[in-house]
Design a protein around this ligand. Sequence first.
Ligand SMILES: [Mg+2]
Length: 496
Amino acid sequence: MTARILVVDDIPANVKLLQARLSAEYFEVVTAMNGQDALEICERTKIDVVLLDVMMPGMDGFQVCHRLKNNPATAEIPVVMVTALDQTADRVKGLRAGADDFLTKPVNDLQLVTRVKSLVRLKTLTDELRLRASTTKAIGLDAPAATPARELPPAVLIVDDRTASGERLAGMLRGHADVEVVADPNAAVFRAVDRVFDCVIVSGALGAADPLRVCSQLRALERTRFLPVILVADPGDNERIIRALDLGVNDYIVRPVDADELAARVATQVKRKRFNDELRKNVTDTIELAVTDALTGLHNRRYLDNHLQTLFDRAVARRKPLSVLIADIDRFKAVNDAHGHDAGDDVLREFARRLRGAVRGMDLACRLGGEEFIVAMPDTEAGIAEKVAERIRAQTAGSPFRIAGQSRALDVTVSVGVATLSFAGDGVAALMKRADQALYEAKKAAAATRWSSKRLEQCFRTNQESLDFQHDLTECAGRIALAASAIAGVGLQVAP
Ligand SMILES: [Mg+2]
């Protein structure tokens, strides 16, 4: 994950320290020594997260935060306030100024990196949804502007099998939230699916179950996929915290839990969830008919044609990766021929359902037409795109497809070609062409696995139009054939 982080502190040594730690995690770091410079940088350049010192001469951190949050151009940038130890009043004041998170000096490495990563992840999703909303406008559909969600108290589920601890956490949130405590972890997962919650708090000290299992179940289920999860960890439980964040847990808080901090963390998660829900709903409502494929419910080609160029331009401007994959159901004509078009439609619908389950929230899945599908993956490098492709392939081949009115389910396989934006002078058409070529190779090498991305890039760079190009591709294909063995039956190709 790469992102541009602005570090604001009036003491050069503090700036240097944070800069070094963030750079070590491959974040791009921009610095400012005072509030005025920080505001200007946020207006002028694209900043993904601001780390803001509270105590600064002139404009202090609260004022800077307030101004950032009240300027539409910068309001969506997550702000992390860096406060002195035990300054509870500062946290409350920061929250009022619109801060999204807090870090306490001296800044703990794990907290710094995980909080920043978690905010970057949320920001990526929010940016993506905003962009989609603007695409619906670009293709002539009037998307209603995102309206702030009604300020209902958030519904919070606490999963804790120790009565006293659960009640203590609930007590801290009553007054801010509609709180429900469930002691049995399995029952809690069912409850989270049944009722609409805005946030789940999972105790890291469940006696009967692995708390991370609860978190991963919440992430895996369709209904709770976007539901914010906060883990309550014990001090020093860094390994578990890291694993939880890897699983997609949104935030964590360390015992002994500070009531203000808990309220602030819940409020931040709820705010973002509501904002994203609203955007998602607006986008869904508006574009549903015009840009949705009626059979599968996925986006259609019309939407893709508009949106892919936008994603591409943004990726180039921000120097971020962008991957696309084209998935094509194998021998689909044979399904239609042998079982009729209704059966073919069932296969397409079921494939779309599995495809939707295999992609991530920020990915864009479309049906190109026929049995061909495309997934555009912003901020995604080839290695990750390949994993998504593999998940799609595995979920397709994993179990047979049921067909209405037929007793025997059909075995369906899919071939996938992947391409990633990778060099100067690349374009949407070239990217699609590479994905298509990779798909072709995947089809051809029925049991292929990997492809030397450097090799293919070379082919395209040097021999795009020449006869040698064909020759080179054949050579590349030969390499695939050599490499082919790991995945039987279906091809998976990765092109740059
Ligand atoms: Mg200071």
